[in-house]
Ligand binder design. Structure first.
Ligand SMILES: Cc1cc2nc3c(=O)[nH]c(=O)nc-3n(C[C@H](O)[C@H](O)[C@H](O)COP(=O)(O)O)c2cc1C
Length: 428
């Protein structure tokens, strides 16, 4: 069996599946049960100044039969006294010395506040700290969470203050509610972050009740924007992880978060540069036991691939993620319909005819109607294979080309050299 242990900036855990800072990590009782179930680590529900939470605070987006495709919340940080949390962290760490227990922290952007809380949580034996610069609601209105996470200089300064007092590794948790997450990630690194984690939740309103006209959720008839997470946000989170992983000036380990529900999702995040993952919504939806399937699935996958340690996956796909301008414009695929498995639902024809390039013909042969792609007109957009309800009935196949690979950037460089007076022979 492969080695599932991970090391994220010096924080070790028996496997890469950690619970993210959220309701599942609210108490020692929960975190200890999670460790018993198999989770490798937990980032404690964010500690900070006492707050009061609203009643009615979660909502979900159910899409086309799938419950909780997305999850929305207006919950704030922990509403339990710091002393109680510290006592339970101490007890948990004592019972599970080899599991990762990370304290998530959020305080006002003041040096002495950071020094004080870092010292207090380190005194009870945490393995690391996660600075929460991400929560988009409630705390942001008080200058914390996403409000400081959206200001790169504040991210840097606060990371520095936490680092001044910290003896354990500092992870900076970033908000996705920003134009370019690599900017805040770089400032976290400039402030001394040992690692970064992403994403926290995305600004959202889950819905409006079309009968009562109230927001979903609402608190006595009033709503406020919340944070979106769950399966729907995975592509956004994966891109942000990948952008940070491939950025030459970031270079610190990444803890991947956002929409992870299966071992396959975790593998994708690790291939794109995450050294481990954190999970919230999937645990809230299905309970702690989902980790068993994740561990089994990951073990089987690594064994099948002959990979000895899960850490070998980290970053293996990063070099395959590039800028659009570096993509080969001479690479070509076309759709091919397998008439043996096609059920003639015509969804591909309609999609192509109405919204793509009108290259799927409806033909009639000896054995009835069939669909065929006019390959010379197919641009290889994939839409037909996406809408096709039968796996494998439409295959996208590569068309061999005599042309050399040429990207937009290559083309611009060639044009610039021709404009500068070089001949075509010289340019080639
Ligand atoms: C109800 C709820 C409360 C959360 N509270 C916190 C929190 O206190 N601190 C924090 O850093 N993130 C918090 N999060 C964000 C999660 O840690 C995580 O970043 C986010 O949910 C994305 O992961 P997921 O798609 O697996 O849920 C919360 C999320 C939810 C759903």
């Amino acid at each position: 069996m492969a080695d599932l242990t991970i090391n994220l900036a010096g924080i070790k855990a028996p496997n890469p599946f950690w619970l993210a800072s959220a309701p599942p990590t609210n108490t020692g009782y929960q975190v200890q049960r999670a460790f018993e179930a198999g989770w490798g680590g937990a980032v404690w529900k964010t500690l900070g100044e006492p707050i009061i939470n609203t009643s009615s605070r979660f909502a979900a987006v159910h899409f086309n039969g799938q419950r909780v495709a997305g999850f929305n919340n207006i919950e704030l940080i922990t509403d339990r006294p710091l002393e109680v949390n510290l006592k339970e962290i101490y007890e948990t760490k004592k019972r599970f010395p080899n599991h990762a227990v990370v304290a998530s922290l959020m305080v006002e952007p003041k040096r002495e506040k950071w020094h004080e809380i870092v010292k207090r949580v380190e005194d009870v034996g945490v393995d690391g700290l996660e600075l929460n610069f991400g929560c988009p609601h409630g705390m942001a209105e008080r200058g914390m969470g996403a409000a400081s996470g959206q200001q790169p200089d504040l991210v840097e300064k606060q990371t520095m203050w936490a680092k001044e007092a910290a003896k354990t590794p500092v992870i900076v948790k970033l908000t996705p509610n920003i134009t370019d997450i690599t900017v805040t990630a770089r400032h976290a690194v400039m402030g001394g972050a040992d690692a970064i984690s992403m994403i926290n939740t995305i600004n959202s309103l889950a819905g409006v009740d079309i009968h009562s006209w109230n927001t979903i959720p609402h608190v006595g008839g009033k709503g406020a924007h919340g944070g979106y997470c769950g399966p729907a946000v995975k592509p956004i989170a994966l891109n942000m992880v990948a952008e940070c992983a491939r950025h030459p000036e970031i270079g610190v380990p990444i803890s991947g978060i956002g929409g992870i529900s299966t071992w396959q999702d975790a593998v994708e995040f690790m291939l794109m540069g995450a050294s481990g993952v954190q999970i919230c919504t999937a645990a809230m939806h299905h309970g702690f036991r989902i980790v068993e399937e994740m561990i089994d699935g990951l073990n089987n996958y690594l064994d099948e691939k002959g990979i000895e340690s899960v850490m070998e996956l980290v970053g293996k796909s990063v070099q395959r993620y590039s800028n659009w301008g570096d993509l080969d414009l001479n690479y070509k695929v076309v759709a091919r319909i397998n008439t043996d498995t096609c059920i003639n639902c015509n969804k591909c024809h309609i999609a192509c005819e109405d919204t793509s390039h009108q290259c799927i013909d409806m033909l009639t042969g000896a054995s009835g109607n069939y669909l065929e792609v006019r390959e010379e007109d197919c641009v290889g957009c994939n839409l037909c294979s996406i809408v096709c309800p039968v796996d494998g009935a439409i295959e996208m196949v590569e068309i061999a080309s005599d042309l050399n690979p040429m990207s937009w950037n290559d083309r611009q460089r060639t044009l610039a050299r021709l404009n500068a007076g070089q001949t075509e022979m010289e340019v080639v």
